[in-house]
Design a protein around this ligand. Structure first.
Ligand code: HEM
Ligand code: HEM
Length: 227
């Protein structure tokens, strides 16, 4: 009997997200979800009070909300301090929004519905991811500003403070809608699976990168590193 050793060769991978980018992303995701749950309890204990026991009772939702808010603020700032190059690279790419991104956005609904679509070559982030970056970051900044003003109203004029609860609520709805679409597209959506591993393990398969982000792959291969 001959013994055959089966060896499986892994396809080559390329670094997509640095350790700090991943810590910032998942730390922010965790704090965002807890802030959303406790925020909904603060908004209406009658409707969302049943979530209470998970946070040791509705009375503690405000305290948990404030503690999470501090982590939610600090995590991206620490990541920015530890990896400014990656952060600048992200925003340079987002702000390079151009013709290919517009074409991507117009074709994306058809791809989403399963029609075969030929997309123009994308950079590190595609048109949708660039839009997501702008909308989620802006709404997170507005949530933080309005949140801190509500937390410390004595330091701000009353005329400003009174606008903060509606601003906090409207921004919360916008951010949550975006995050729901984003988390589906970044996980279960067919063809997106590899992008999840990029954010989880830091690397993606080169053939996936060549198909979804050819301009980025070209650039990284030229430089010999990812962000
Ligand atoms: C730095 C970030 C944040 C800070 C400082 C903050 C702070 C606050 C404060 C002080 C309140 C009022 C609490 C009370 O009535 O006892 C509040 C309410 C609330 N927060 Fe936040 N928050 C932040 C982020 C978020 C996020 C990310 C979400 C959800 C995505 C959220 C959702 C809510 C909701 C739904 C309410 C209830 C508002 C209402 O009653 O109309 N917050 N927040
Ligand atoms: C379970 C929930 C989530 C999942 C599964 C998820 C998944 C992902 C993945 C896979 C990427 C990398 C996409 C790429 O290859 O470029 C990504 C990027 C990103 N995520 Fe998330 N994410 C989640 C929650 C959040 C939350 C809560 C926020 C902010 C409030 C957020 C903001 C971003 C931003 C700004 C990017 C970069 C732009 C983009 O790729 O869209 N994510 N996420």
């Amino acid at each position: 009997m001959t013994l055959r050793v089966l060896t499986r060769t892994e396809p080559p991978r390329v670094e997509r997200f640095s350790q700090w980018a991943r810590i910032a992303h998942w730390g922010h995701t965790f704090t965002f979800v807890i802030l959303l749950i406790t925020g909904l309890m603060l908004f209406s204990n009658t409707i969302f009070g049943w979530i209470g026991p998970a946070f040791l009772g509705a009375n503690n939702a405000g305290t948990v909300h404030r503690i999470m808010a501090v982590f939610y603020t600090i995590i991206p700032l620490v990541a920015l301090f530890m990896n400014p190059k990656g952060f600048i690279g992200w925003w340079k790419d987002v702000l390079s929004f151009g013709k290919n991104d517009i074409i991507f956005l117009t074709k994306f609904p058809f791809e989403f519905m399963g029609f075969p679509v030929k997309m123009p070559p994308q950079t590190q982030f595609n048109g949708g991811e660039k839009m997501n970056s702008v909308v989620t970051t802006t709404s997170c900044v507005f949530l933080a500003i309005s949140g801190y003003i509500m937390w410390f109203p004595e330091y701000f004029p009353l005329g400003l403070v009174q606008w903060m609860p509606p601003l906090h609520d409207v921004t919360m709805i916008l951010a949550t809608t975006m995050v729901c679409m984003h988390s589906y597209l970044g996980s279960f959506h067919p063809g997106s699976g590899e992008s999840f591993w990029g954010m989880w393990k830091g690397t993606v398969r080169k053939d996936w990168a060549a198909h979804h982000h050819p301009k980025w792959l070209e650039k990284v291969e030229g430089e010999g590193s990812g962000h």
